[in-house]
Write a protein that binds this ligand. Structure first.
Ligand code: AQP
Length: 334
């Protein structure tokens, strides 16, 4: 790389809104690991996003630390990357407020995640839930992010972040880098095991719908054995076979096999054998991650040193952007 050419910046995050799912891992985290050697990466535990739906405070604290431990256990290096907790860098909230004033009510009303989540949490359709994409835009734009690795479900939010950045730049001159999404070709949308027409979500109420990264091997096996498929008994990737397509995608990622190789391996065999094989491959893929996470959670001091140090590193970068933004919008310097 040319010395004058800066390394691209990557930002991504996961909400500690539950224990994280195989969908989060395959759609996002797994790709972060590959990116850490190529780019300057910030990986955030987005706890401020998580409170857009009601959380138990004690559990949220535990889930936040557990998620940070999981990041490390998945292979992310806390020295190479900036790995921190969103609420420890208040510039996220500050920029979010400013960007609110550059985001239209109509744009936010069109967000499908808002529509889905407000239907699911009808008793708590709060302004934060509506405003979620603006906080996400702030997360990304604070760091001059070039690339945002996400699953398919976040594409619309990323598009909004781009529009807000362009609008702000249009009014005040070039301020924000307009980010690009990075959505994996395979695994960008892992589906629920109980309803393969729906995405796998860590906050799904049906425990059989989701595989969690910290699930015990016997539970993972049970969930795959119960996975909803179809009545054809043919392991083949094609339209109309959402359940099988989902299991084949997961198996392909866990084993590195292509769809054709998988179809050949299970030709003439029933779904029973296939589901067991998928379960076993996922157990093996997740085993080292679970073991390492359990080990890290026994060292709270180590985790504390990581999130404190990294919040400082993130704050320095965030403050640089905020100084520029405050000046552009006309705030008096402190
Ligand atoms: N099913 C999925 N397949 C592929 N990628 C997925 N992601 C989420 N679900 C899938 C990706 O994981 C990253 C972190 O997501 P998040 O926790 O910030 O929010 P989310 O997208 O709302 O994830 P969940 O699991 O559905 O959380 P809850 O249930 O709390 O709303 C994102 O990059 C996302 O695309």
């Amino acid at each position: 790389m040319d010395n004058n050419e800066r390394k691209k910046i990557v930002f991504s995050g996961v909400q500690p809104s539950g224990s994280i799912s195989l969908g989060n891992y395959i759609g996002a985290l797994r790709n972060w690991v590959d990116m850490q050697d190529i780019y300057n990466c910030l990986y955030c535990v987005v706890d401020m996003h998580a409170i857009t739906v009601r959380q138990d405070p004690k559990k949220l604290r535990e889930q936040t630390l557990s998620l940070l431990a999981l990041y490390i256990a998945c292979g992310l290096d806390p020295v190479k990357n900036i790995m921190y907790i969103q609420s420890h860098v208040p510039q996220h909230a500050e920029l979010s407020w400013i960007l609110n004033c550059y985001t239209m009510f109509g744009e936010l009303s069109r967000m499908t995640q808002f529509k889905d989540k407000s239907a699911k949490h009808a008793d708590n359709v709060n302004a934060g839930l509506f405003d979620y994409p603006v906080l996400m835009a702030a997360d990304i734009l604070l760091y001059k992010t070039d690339l945002v690795p996400i699953g398919h479900d976040q594409k619309q939010h990323l598009e909004l972040a781009r529009n807000v950045a362009e609008r702000f730049n249009g009014v005040h001159g070039n301020t924000f880098t307009v980010p690009e999404p990075f959505i994996p070709k395979v695994g960008g949308r892992i589906m629920s095991l109980a309803d393969p027409e729906k995405k796998m979500s860590k906050s799904d109420e049906n425990p059989n719908a989701i595989v969690l990264l910290l699930d015990k091997p016997e539970d993972i096996m049970k969930k795959f054995k119960r996975a909803v498929t179809d009545s054809e008994a043919v392991v083949e990737y094609r339209e109309g076979k959402a359940g099988i397509n989902n299991l084949m995608t997961i198996y392909s990622i866990a084993t590195g096999k292509t769809m054709d190789e998988i179809a050949n391996e299970f030709a003439g065999r029933g779904y029973g054998d296939f589901k067991v094989a998928v379960g076993e491959s996922v157990v093996e893929m997740l085993r080292p991650i679970r073991e390492k996470t359990e080990e890290l959670l026994k060292s709270p001091d180590y985790l504390e040193s990581i999130y404190k140090e990294n919040a400082l590193r993130a704050s320095v970068l965030a403050e640089r952007t905020m100084e520029k933004v405050r000046k552009k919008v006309g705030f008096v310097k402190k």
